[in-house]
Design a protein around this ligand. Structure first.
Ligand code: AMP
Length: 370
């Protein structure tokens, strides 16, 4: 395992496997271009190591240019014009071999394709050491492929993470974190807390309820509790910055957890963005938002009933309850769309017995954990 900046990487493709791929590609290039005096074009920075290995093995006459994709401001109508910086020869009528370290979305390829066509090359072929079929969305043919790889973040053999790792002689992939993280979602009174308590034991997850953390802090009269109390008593949201920092601290306390059930967080888009970035920095993500869907009048009834025993001032007053539900629809409900856009939203009927609802939630979680 190695660490580059803040991220951990584990060995993925050995030097030997890389060399075998390069030899196979080089044999084919010798067969197909041995007498064509091709111009190799290596796309910097990533391709320098691969290019040097290919060139060493090419036996015919050839030339090489290393280029970077640059852009300059064109006229108002042409906008940004893409160019190949560092191209030091005429390509018209030449046989060009483009050397790429990796083709993933194919965006760079599209840009270069246009430039080469404009330069009136005789023909050109695309050679890449690594190719991500799951990520590639374009239709420019990739003619010579060293290795197909899954859609993972890799470094080494010329490829970098934020500048580091290019010198590694084998390829590493981002260390995977096998956590399962769920946002349990729904309006106040939907049953998130009840279900989270059951699910955390069933799936060995850590349950973080931001509401519970606030109440604990209020009870203990901490600084955080004092600053949150006035908002909570009115049924308003505590400011994002306070809530986000608190949530991060709770996650940090549980290093090595199998995953988290977030209950009552995120409640705003700012919080959702913060959670994405934060989990990403830990090599993981929100795998699903699972929402308990319950009608408003049932919610009010449930909360008033709960207020008789919960000791929560915000459950005792119907106006405060209604305000919490209103805040949910005004500020929080939009998060359904946030996760739905990425196919991570699952709605579950929140009316029924506790066991029935647990069963419905478990069906979704079991699929996530498969
Ligand atoms: P809950 O126990 O989830 O119903 O939360 C009770 C109260 O705590 C809410 O009405 C808010 O005032 C506050 N709170 C809990 N979670 C958050 C959050 N993610 N963002 C802002 N305020 C929150």
């Amino acid at each position: 395992m190695i660490k580059l900046h803040d991220l951990e990487f584990e060995p993925f493709i050995s030097e030997r496997e890389i060399t075998k791929s390069i030899e196979r590609i080089s044999d084919k290039l010798n067969q197909d271009f041995g007498d064509k005096k091709p111009v190799f074009i290596g796309v910097l920075n990533g391709s320098f190591m691969f290019a040097s290995e290919v060139i060493k093995r090419f036996h015919g006459d050839c030339e090489i240019s290393f280029v970077k994709l640059g852009s300059y401001e064109g006229t108002e109508s042409t906008g940004k014009v893409r160019t190949l910086l560092g191209l030091n020869q005429e390509l018209k009528g030449r046989s060009v071999i483009l050397l790429e370290d990796i083709v993933d979305t194919g965006n760079t390829l599209v840009e270069i394709d246009q430039i080469l066509k404009k330069a009136e090359v005789e023909d050109y072929k695309v050679v890449t050491l690594f190719y991500k079929p799951e990520a590639y969305k374009k239709n420019i043919p990739v003619d010579y492929i060293g290795m197909e790889i899954p859609n993972k973040f890799i470094v080494g053999f010329g490829l970098d993470y934020d500048g580091l790792g290019r010198n590694l002689t084998q390829v590493y992939k981002r260390k995977e974190n096998k956590m399962t993280n769920i946002v349990l979602f729904g309006p106040p009174g939907a049953g998130k807390g009840t279900q989270a308590t059951i699910l955390k034991d069933k799936y060995n997850l850590v349950h973080i309820s931001t509401g519970d953390v606030f109440r604990y802090n209020i009870k203990n009269q901490t600084e955080l509790g004092l600053s949150a109390k006035s908002y909570i008593d009115k049924g308003q949201l505590v400011p994002d910055e306070v809530t986000i920092n608190m949530l991060k601290a709770e996650v940090e306390k549980n290093e090595g957890a199998n995953g988290f059930i977030f209950d009552g967080f995120p409640r705003t888009e700012t919080q959702a963005d913060a959670l994405e970035d934060f989990l990403e920095s830990k090599g993981t993500m929100v795998h699903a938002m699972i929402a308990l869907e319950v009608e408003d009048n049932i919610l009010v009834e449930r909360l008033l009933e709960r207020g008789k025993t919960s000791g929560r001032p915000d459950d005792a007053d119907e106006d405060v309850i209604r305000n919490r539900i209103k805040v949910y629809y005004d500020e929080t409900a939009i998060l359904k769309n946030y996760y739905q856009k990425q196919d991570r939203y699952f709605g579950v009927d929140g009316v029924g017995s506790i066991e029935e609802i647990t069963e419905r939630l478990s069906t979704v979680i079991d699929k996530l954990m498969k």
